[in-house]
Write a protein that binds this ligand. Structure first.
Ligand code: ARG
Length: 565
C-alpha cells in the first residue's frame, strides 16, 4: 500500500533507523480511533536516550500532515497516523476496480512451485469425513498460493497400494460378485474386506494367501493386477463424484502404487549411506538422535510400507517439480509419521527436507447424532453433501418460494456451508459438525457471507446509475471508512493464510467484511430518493468493491457465490 510505504519512508528518514526495522515495527492499531497505522518508539529509546513518549511527541510534530496524512498523534510511546480518508478511499476503490478478481494477489511466488497434497483417500474404502477436512483445506491452500503468484500442483496421494490389497483380492476371489459390487462398489468391497478379517481370525492361513496375492501384485501378475485395477477404477469413479460436487480437481493422482517401482532405489540409497539397521528382522532408520521412534523401511517379511512409499514420493516430487514447498494436508494423528519421513530425508542429506511441511488438522465431531447413514456406522460423504443441499433447498424454498434456480442456489450454498465449517477455525482445532450452525443464515457461516454478497449484487442490479467515476470523498463516515480499510487489508489476510498454511485467515477476513458490509447496508441508505446523487454513486462504488472482494475471498476458500438468494 502506498500509504504505508509513504509513512515508513518518512519515519526512516527522520529516525535514522534502517528501513527494514521501521517496516517490522509499524503495526495496525487494534482500534480505528487510534489511527490507521502506528509506530511504537521503543526501538529508538536506547539510541536516542530519551523516553519513548518524548520521542513519539517529537516524531509526530516533525512528520505532520501532508497529501496522504490527515493528522499524526503521539499517544504514550506510539505515533499514530490517520490517513486522509478521501484520498485513501479513492486510492483503494479505484485499485480494486482495476484489479477485479486479482485484488489481493501478488507476485511474491513468481518462479516458485508449491505442491499441495490433499484429500488422499484409500481406494475400496469410504471417503470419510477426515478426507473431506483435508480436501477443504488443501483445495483452499492451493488457491491461496496461486493468488500469491506461486505455480501450484495439486496432488492426490491415493492409498492404492499395500498388503491390504492382497486381502481384498483374496476376499474377492472367495466371495466377490462383480454385479453386486458394480451397483454399490465401496460398500460391497468394504463388506468382503470385513468378512476377510472375520474369517481370517478362524483360519489364519487366509493371511498367508493374502500375502501371496500381494506378492503377486508386486511382481506384476496379470490377473491380480487386473483385479487391483478394477478396484481402483471403480473407487475413483465414486471419489470423482464427490470431487465434482465440491468443485475440486487434481493435477496428479500419483498415489502409493505409483511408487511401487521407485522404492528399491530408496532402500539402496539408505543402505549405501549405512543408515539402515536391523531391528527384529526389519530394516529401520534409527532416529533416536531426533528423539523419535525408528522409521521402518522394510518389514520382516521383506515388504516395503507406507513410509517407504512416502520417501520415494518426496524424492520423486523434488526431481519432478523442484518444489519450493511440499505440503501434506493430512490429519494430526499422522504427525509422527511425517516427522520420521522428514528426519530420514534430512539424514539422507537432502537440504530440501526443510521445505516439506505437514499441515495437520483436528478431529470432526458430530453435534447431530442423526447423520444419514445408508450403511451402518459409516458416514458416507456423498450423503452428507446431499443432505446439506437438501436442507438448504428447504430453507431457500421457504424464504423465496418464487426463485427460479432454487436447485442451483441450494447446491452452491449447501456445499459452501460444509466447506466453510472446515475452514472457519484454526485447523488444528477439533470441529463440531452441526447443521444448525452451518446453515444459520445469520451466524458465522457460508450462507451468511453468501447472503451479504447477494444483497450487494441486488442493489447494483436495481440501478442503472453509472457510478464508476464516483467522487469518493463523499464517503468518509466511520462505518464507510472501516469498510474501505478492510478492503485494503485483503492481501495481508491472504499472505497470513499462506505463511501459516491456515485458510481460516481468509475465512475470518471475509466474515468480518460481510459483517461490516451489513452494518453499513443497514444504516446508510443507498438508492433512496433523499440521498444526493454524488453520495449515491460513491456508495454504489463501495458496494461494487465489497461484492468483488467477497467473491474473490470466497473463491479462495473454494466457495461459490450466488447472485440472489
Ligand atoms: N491415505 C492416507 C489415509 O487415508 C493419507 C495419505 C497421506 N499422505 C501421505 N503422503 N502419506 O490415511
Amino acid at each position: 500500500m502506498e500509504f504505508e510505504k509513504h509513512i515508513i519512508d518518512k519515519i526512516t528518514e527522520l529516525s535514522g533507523l534502517m528501513r527494514e526495522t521501521v517496516e517490522n515495527a509499524v503495526e495496525i492499531p487494534p482500534e480505528k480511533k487510534l489511527g490507521d497505522l502506528a509506530f511504537p518508539c521503543f526501538v529508538l529509546a536506547k539510541t536516542m536516550r530519551k523516553a519513548p513518549p518524548a520521542i513519539a511527541k517529537e516524531l509526530a510534530e516533525k512528520i505532520g500532515s501532508d497529501e496522504y496524512i490527515d493528522r499524526v498523534e503521539a499517544v504514550g510511546g506510539y505515533v499514530n497516523f490517520f490517513y486522509r480518508r478521501d484520498v485513501f478511499s479513492k486510492t483503494v476503490l479505484s485499485a480494486i476496480k482495476s484489479a477485479g478478481e486479482n485484488w489481493g494477489s501478488s507476485d511474491i511466488g513468481k518462479g516458485r512451485t508449491v505442491l499441495v497434497e490433499f484429500s488422499s483417500p484409500n481406494i475400496a474404502k469410504p471417503f470419510h469425513i477426515g478426507h473431506l477436512f483435508s480436501t477443504a483445506i488443501g483445495n483452499s491452500l492451493e488457491k491461496i498460493y496461486r493468488h500469491l503468484g506461486y505455480q501450484t500442483v495439486k496432488i492426490n496421494h491415493l492409498g492404492d497400494w499395500g498388503t491390504q490389497f492382497g486381502k481384498l483380492i483374496s476376499a474377492y476371489k472367495r466371495w466377490g460378485n462383480k454385479e453386486v459390487i458394480d451397483k454399490d462398489p465401496i460398500n460391497e468391497l468394504l463388506k468382503i474386506y470385513v468378512k476377510f478379517h472375520n474369517e481370517a481370525e478362524k483360519d489364519p492361513s487366509l493371511e498367508d494367501e493374502a500375502r501371496m496375492y500381494f506378492k503377486m501384485l508386486e511382481d506384476g501378475d496379470e490377473e491380480t493386477t487386473a483385479l487391483w485395477q478394477y478396484f481402483r477404477d471403480i473407487s475413483l469413479i465414486e471419489f470423482e463424484r464427490v470431487y465434482n460436487m465440491l468443485g475440486v480437481s487434481f493435477d496428479s493422482y500419483a498415489g502409493e502404487s505409483f511408487y511401487s517401482d521407485k522404492m528399491q532405489e530408496v532402500v539402496d540409497l539408505l543402505d549405501n549411506m549405512q543408515l539402515l539397521s536391523d531391528s527384529e528382522n526389519a530394516k529401520v532408520v534409527n532416529l533416536s538422535d531426533c528423539n523419535i521412534p525408528p522409521c521402518i523401511i522394510v518389514k520382516s517379511d521383506g515388504a516395503t510400507i507406507y513410509a517407504t512409499r512416502d520417501l520415494a514420493a518426496a524424492i520423486y516430487r523434488k526431481r519432478t517439480y523442484d518444489f519450493h514447498k511440499n505440503i501434506y494436508v493430512v490429519g494430526t494423528p499422522q504427525a509422527l509419521h511425517f516427522k520420521q519421513i522428514f528426519s530420514v530425508l534430512d539424514k539422507m542429506g537432502y537440504e530440501w527436507a526443510k521445505d516439506c511441511v505437514h499441515v495437520g488438522f483436528g478431529l470432526v465431531k458430530f453435534a447431530d447424532k442423526k447423520l444419514s447413514t445408508r450403511h451402518g456406522d459409516v458416514v458416507f460423504l456423498e450423503d452428507v453433501l446431499n443432505e446439506s443441499i437438501q436442507k438448504t433447498l428447504e430453507i431457500v424454498s421457504k424464504n423465496s418460494p418464487s426463485m427460479e434456480n432454487k436447485e442451483e442456489v441450494a447446491q452452491k450454498i449447501g456445499i459452501g456451508a460444509i466447506l466453510y465449517a472446515f475452514l472457519k477455525s484454526s485447523r488444528e482445532r477439533d470441529i463440531v459438525f452441526s447443521w444448525d450452525d452451518m446453515l444459520d443464515f445469520e451466524g458465522e457461516s457460508a450462507p451468511y457471507v453468501q447472503y451479504s454478497y447477494a444483497r450487494g449484487r441486488s442493489i447494483l442490479r436495481r440501478t442503472d446509475i453509472d457510478y464508476l467515476n464516483a467522487d469518493v470523498s463523499k464517503i468518509t463516515s466511520d462505518d464507510e471508512y472501516a469498510l474501505v480499510s478492510l478492503l485494503a487489508g485483503f492481501e495481508d489476510a491472504v499472505r497470513d493464510a499462506a505463511d501459516k498454511n491456515e485458510p481460516f485467515y481468509v475465512t475470518r477476513y471475509v466474515t468480518n467484511l460481510a459483517r461490516a458490509f451489513n452494518k453499513f447496508y443497514n444504516s446508510y441508505p443507498i438508492l433512496k430518493n433523499d440521498v444526493d446523487e454524488e453520495t449515491k454513486k460513491a456508495r454504489l462504488l463501495l458496494v461494487d468493491a465489497v461484492t468483488q472482494v467477497i467473491k474473490t475471498a470466497l473463491a479462495l476458500l473454494g466457495i461459490e457465490t450466488v447472485e440472489s438468494m
